[in-house]
Design a protein around this ligand. Sequence first.
Ligand code: SOE
Length: 395
Amino acid sequence: MNDTPSAGTLAVAMVGHAFMGAAHSQAWRTAPRFFDLPLDPTMSVLCGRDAGRAAAAASRLGWAESATDWRSVITRDDVDLVDICTPGDSHAEIAVAALDAGKHVLCEKPLANTVAEAEQMAEAAERARAAGVRAMVGFTYRRVPAIAFARQLVAEGRIGEVRHVRAQYLQDWIADPEAPHSWRLDKERAGSGALGDIGAHIVDLTQFITQDRITEVSGQLVTFVKERPVAAEHSGLSGTAGRAGETAPVTVDDAAVFLAKFTGGAVGVFEATRFATGRKNAIRIEINGSAGSLAFDFEDMNVLHLYDATEPDETAGFKRILVTESTHPYVAAWWPPGHGLGYEHGFTHQVVDLVTAIAEGTDPAPTFADGLQVQRVLAAVETSSDTRLWQEIPA
Ligand code: SOE
């Protein structure tokens, strides 16, 4: 059991050090410098499979030491929290072992590669909770100020009853058929393609903003490019050419589209793709309610558009709100109005909320139970695509 980190510190071990590992590292480094945290996170150990690469990453990203065996790291007495930044195929094993060892866990999204794994993880989190151990899944975009503000406005009734939810997550990093293969294109490692990698975000975000749940879906998955060149090296989302002529099969979806019904009666249209040429990281959400609408695009992430349908017709129109005031969620800790935040700030806010919840003995949201529910939505979309039938999401 590990409910009280010693002397006001929270010793963190991170597993994985690629794109997400770098994003999480900057968050652990930055959060205590900009926010007054109730516990002081220490970046104790970074774990990676290759000793040389792990050591280099630890020194570059600010970790005190590196290791290669996550199993021995998660049982160390001087580790309080395990941050999982590996591909989905190892989430369940690491998270369950860490929780059973009494360590708090932050796990990258999607929670797992299958519903069965996500169920095991949610059960482990529930067991650990009784001992004051906390688990959170990293749907980081919840912590973009404009998104958190959108949720506030919906909760205050500013757009009335929610009727339409329109959500897209558009990228184009593999639109070129010569873009190299990577673990994100391998079902064994990633669970699914655009659906789980980016579709999971818009499932979480729309449910977060509306505080409602998806109950039924009808979907279609498609793989446009079925074979890709093998990469010699990978960094971020791009790779360098491997041996000439060597290819590997793409075993996941390139794009996922689906219709959804929400418990509150709203209808949803979702689209997740890595083939939207020209769209780099466009998370576009529009919500239409009985008294107004909200619209957001991550490519203009400091802005939220609000339409107030109660205003007179002559002056009504979408208002462009710059979400950079100190009264907006998370903003007070940063820059003066108009100076704006970026992609990395969501990860920093995630650390702030997680550390605060641990110190206060409350559940950090989204919990593993929330992650499991998203996983069920993803699985239902897949089944619907296979069967060509609407699928209900088990409660
Ligand atoms: C790749 O599509 C990716 O890195 C996702 O895995 C992340 O969750 C998203 O934040 C950015 O794009």
